[in-house]
Write a protein that binds this ligand. Structure first.
Ligand code: GAL
Length: 659
């Protein structure tokens, strides 16, 4: 079963017919059919063209394009069109434009400018969503709803008075009493004791560092406020069109929104992914966020936007070299996407995205881009049977948004160099290089299905989360600066690792961040003479005092000379520092747990291997041909070749082995 009633994988992109004449529409649908496009996203930014005055709807043009698309066998991911409030609404209600932390109200003239807490905005979006749903409920082209667009893009938060009121309501619901809030926020510090709810405000720009507990609650609130916008529309859609699945396009590993919570409100997860073609680590970063998308609902997801070639919003927008669009698209499918969708179908001639690539470029059909679009469409069709299949991972990386927000709170930590994305990648990259399937998981989920669980960092860790980790029967690895604070960002009594102390068998007496550019030697305890056990710590170290953990590695030289750096208690490993190379720790844990890569053999550099259902995806991101031993014979779905023993994969080529 796919995500929608469209059979096979979805192939298509954002389509903005309102930017083109109806003559061009006819050409578009013909070319879409030629490329094998079976789905397009329509009406994302169409509010001002659909509701031209309060309550005055003009669906005529959208009816015509939906009919035309349907006549050509193209399904529609229909946006509720609420992403950009129209000028008439903004001018009538200037208060719905967002205000930044310094108190400046932002102007109209871009997109996605709205205060998430504005009742006027929310009511207007719900009215439009209802009108759309009632109008299109029986349209045969409609296969999914696309609510808003990239929540958290451009507008992450709003600091206006309306938001302040909403924030107070949210705080009242969380704490009940001012006493509770004062205690959770630690307002005895710096003289912030509140005596009236009306004194509470968003963490606006202040003379110095703002209370980190206030900032943490603000992050929670801001994610919830946007989610409330999504949910208000979702409710109407579910009432009018209960059978049409609902999603909104996520933005990969986004700091601002708690996607565990968001995903629970969607029928399926969809994502917009824009790996930078100029970044050699792009495939690994993309794989990490794709695995997150697959893990959010533990089911297939949809790559709803990606760039056929260059984007237009980086300082330098490098195109994708021949073959890279295909390779990156197949990578998303390998990691669980049930489709390959782009921004956008036809390259714009005006506006901020006129230089953003498209499936059909300015140059038309006699272009490399168009030829690659056609070829990719054919490949996507060859992979139709992959739709709906799932991946089983034995390793999970823990990710918790609240902890992430606490870890990256401004101006209050021993070091601001610990960034969660980098920490996740430091573990993910070597796992990915070994062809090991990885899930992301929140620390409170049942983890018993995994053999290895790694918490790169769990700065904020509650007693319940610690108990969940303690109940995990497999191999657990915990990274530094974990178990430091509780849900209110207050340091656990006795200090780190707080509720993890018994599990790790140690306490952290002092945090010892390492200045930029300096390193700290670390030696594995068992055999200090072996070169392979000389490790390097950077950025972070800790003064550990052990209860009943034993030492796996110690610092050599420096302020912590001879003290424990890496420890073990039972099946739990703790790293008190950030190691440049995690290989020795990882290899040992994976061996002990019996976890191997999906091919069962070492992968050549640059080759990625993923299993999805009965299919083994082998993707060569490297610049040289690679020979990959195959775990079993099978047929390559992309070429129809029968393969045995091993396969040579050209640079930027891929094999999808069915066995
Ligand atoms: C996304 C957005 C699209 C388009 C695209 C360009 O953030 O949802 O509308 O702007 O980026 O890369």
């Amino acid at each position: 079963m796919g995500l929608t009633r469209v059979p096979g994988l979805l192939f298509g992109g954002d389509y903005n017919p309102e930017q083109w004449s109806e003559e061009v529409w006819n050409q578009d649908v013909r070319l879409m059919a030629e490329a094998g496009v079976n789905a397009v996203t329509v009406a994302v930014f169409s509010w001002s063209r659909l509701e031209t005055a309060p309550g005055v709807f003009d669906f005529g043009w959208l009816d015509r394009i939906l009919d035309l698309l349907h006549a050509h066998g193209i399904a529609v991911d229909l946006a509720t069109a609420t992403a950009t409030p129209p000028p008439w609404l903004v001018r009538r209600h200037p208060e719905l434009q967002p205000v930044d932390a310094a108190g400046t109200r932002l102007e109209f003239g871009s997109r996605q400018g709205y205060c998430p807490s504005s009742p006027v905005f929310r009511e207007a979006t719900v009215r439009l969503a209802r009108a759309m749903a009632e109008h299109y409920r029986d349209h045969p082209a409609l296969v999914m709803w696309h609510i808003g667009n990239e929540y958290g893009d451009h507008t992450v938060e709003c600091f206006c008075e309306e938001s302040a009121r909403d924030f107070r309501r949210w705080l009242q619901a969380r704490y009940g009493t001012l006493e509770g809030l004062n205690s959770a926020w630690g307002t005895s510090c710096w003289g912030q004791h509140y005596t009236e709810w009306t004194q509470l405000a968003p963490p606006r720009k202040a003379p110095g560092p703002v209370n980190p507990a206030q900032v943490l609650d603000w992050r929670r609130f801001s994610s919830d406020a946007l989610l409330a916008c999504f949910e208000a529309e979702r409710e109407v859609l579910k009432e009018v069109t209960p059978d049409i699945p609902v999603t909104t396009n996520f933005m990969s590993l986004l700091h601002h929104l708690d996607y565990w919570k968001w995903a629970a409100a969607e029928d399926f997860v969809s994502d917009d992914a824009y790996p930078d073609p100029a970044d050699p680590q792009a495939p690994v970063k993309a794989a990490l966020s794709y695995d997150l998308m697959r893990s959010l609902k533990q089911q297939p997801w949809l790559l709803l936007e990606s760039a056929p070639s260059a984007v237009s919003w980086r300082a330098v927008n490098v195109p994708k070299e021949p073959g890279v669009m295909r390779l990156h698209s197949l990578q998303a499918v390998a990691h669980g996407s049930d489709g390959v969708m782009f921004f956008q179908w036809r390259q714009a001639r005006y506006g901020p995205e006129k230089f953003h690539s498209a499936m059909l470029p300015h140059g038309g059909t006699d272009t490399r881009q168009w030829r690659e679009t056609l070829a990719l469409g054919a490949d996507v069709r060859r992979l139709a049977e992959v739709a709906g299949s799932t991946t089983r991972a034995e390793v999970a990386l823990l990710l918790d948004w609240e902890s992430w927000w606490g870890l990256e709170a401004p101006e209050s930590l021993p070091s601001d160099r610990l960034r969660l994305h980098g920490l996740l990648l430091s573990w993910y990259a070597p796992l990915h290089g070994r062809g090991i399937a990885v899930d992301l998981a929140p620390p409170d989920r049942d983890l018993s299905g995994y053999k290895v669980v790694i918490a790169p960092n769990l700065y904020l860790c509650t007693a319940e989360q610690a108990a969940n980790l303690a109940a995990f029967p497999g191999r657990l690895v915990v990274g530094p600066f974990s178990g430091v604070v509780d849900a209110a960002d207050q340091v656990h009594e006795g200090g780190a690792p707080g509720p993890l102390r018994e599990l790790l068998g140690l306490r952290v007496e002092e945090f010892w961040p390492i200045p930029d550019g300096r390193t700290q030697d670390v030696l594995a305890q068992d055999d200090p003479a072996r070169n392979s056990t000389r490790l390097t710590a950077r950025t972070w170290s800790e003064w550990l005092e052990l209860d009943d953990a034993h030492v796996l590695a110690r610092y050599r030289g420096g302020p912590l000379d001879g003290r424990p750096a890496v420890t073990r208690r039972g099946t739990v490993t703790y790293l008190g520092c950030l190691l440049d190379d995690l290989t020795p720790v990882l290899d040992e844990v994976l061996d002990a747990a019996g976890v191997t890569g999906v091919t069962g053999a070492k992968l050549p550099p640059g080759v990625e291997a993923c299993r999805r259902g009965d299919h083994l995806f082998l993707l060569n991101h490297g610049a040289a041909a690679a020979t990959v031993p195959l775990p079993a014979s099978g047929t390559d779905l992309l070429t129809g070749r029968r393969l045995h023993g091993s396969v040579v994969i050209a640079p930027r080529d891929a094999v999808v082995l069915k066995h």
